[in-house]
Design a protein around this ligand. Sequence first.
Ligand code: HEM
Length: 470
Amino acid sequence: MASDGGEFQDEQPRFAPFSYEPLEADAPFLKALYYLSKNPIELLTRELYENAVSEKTFLGRRAFFLNEPELTKYFFVDRSDVYTIDPVRKLLLKPGFGSGLASIDGAAWEENRALTRRYFKSDRLAGYAGTFLKSAEDACREIGREAEIDLQRFLSRIGLRSAIACLFSSEAPFGIDRSVEAFNDVMKYHMTVDAADVFLLPHFVPRFWKRNAARPLRTCHRIARAVVDARIAAMRDGGAVPDDLLSAYFAKWVSGDKPTPAERQHIQDNVGTMLGAGFETTSLTMTWTLYFLLRCPTAGAKVDEEIAAAPHRGQPLTQWTKALPYTTAALMEALRVYPILPAIVRYATQEDGAGLPEAHIKPGDFIVANLWTQHRDETRWADARTFRPERFLDRTDAVIRQGGYYPFGIGPRGCIGAQFAMIEAVIVLTTLLETFEMKLLASDEVRPQWRGTLRPDRPIPVRLRRRAIH
Ligand code: HEM
């Protein structure tokens, strides 16, 4: 029986988000290269869905795909000293994120992580929550009585405004639309795996699939630079300096009165990293959740009822996740069905005979925790392909983990912003659903495309109409 509580009794129609069918055999080499850059989910074979471990060799590199929570824990938690972030990730992230937190390891990572973690503790989250609410309310005001939006763009604007205001006390330089567009295009054109990445060629070697990425990458660098320059100017002018993550970067990494070019670059890389890692993932989570709720009237009605009963009113904003359990469960379920990072990868730095005794792991082997397949394993998740928020009601974290649920990763390199994201997503969705009736304007099926993150393959047009009481 599935570990998440077994069969569901209700007869109400439920929505099964689009799911790719497994391949029966490995794709031929050229097709594999093509889909690696376009949508690697389409390359997954049946054995990757069904076996606890599958070994694949591609261009002479061994990779082990894990479907088993216990094994995932071994590699990502127990032996995280031996299994580090992989060189393909570094190649992918370097042009955008440089020396930022997500693309480094060793002592520099430890120091950076400890510094950054302080800005994601509960006292800080309480301060950020007011900004999430304000970003959502501002977005509602901008809509007026009625408008047609593309769901992802709309939610990305809210997500970016929130992240930049919370972490760097700033607004989006060059305007919110241009900034969202640039980050969006970086994901679309740069965050794909090119053949040159698989060969681990240095990042200055031109990448065929990424020819459209140079301009948006430059714009993202200029955004990070503008945030940093504005702070340098404020400090020079003797103005009040906010107590935020950006100030912590300056305090930690600037040795003199003003940053050297290298120090400034390092701060910019970290600003870009936190914005890129923070707003894209959260915005996509909100996008998929709302899309599923619009496609699934049963779950949509339950969220509407819960919010209309207003159990969150009068509660601190950080407690809305608890006050609105069904809405929170809908977000968790969306992250199960469509994990925004569908796989997380580690790289063996030493021999290891214990992890997978039959394979005997060697330095240079890749370990892939396949969240896409673990989250839809029928032996652990009843009715796995169907969107059923109920499965996350009244369940402890331990039970959820046993099921192999890791939308925020696992171990010391797990997501630093998980709570930030959940608090923001509940506040934003609740505010939008309280303010507007929403209607999906296209009936075609939206498919997930894995381009660094799991993104919709087309716009999702939605009509927002202000509710009578607003
Ligand atoms: C629902 C939203 C989010 C999802 C699904 C998500 C998912 C993840 C996952 C799976 C990882 C682990 C990658 C690995 O183990 O290799 C990760 C790491 C990371 N996340 Fe998130 N994330 C989200 C929101 C955020 C937010 C809001 C922030 C910051 C504002 C953030 C910042 C980061 C950073 C900096 C890392 C790298 C940490 C390190 O390498 O030490 N994320 N995220």
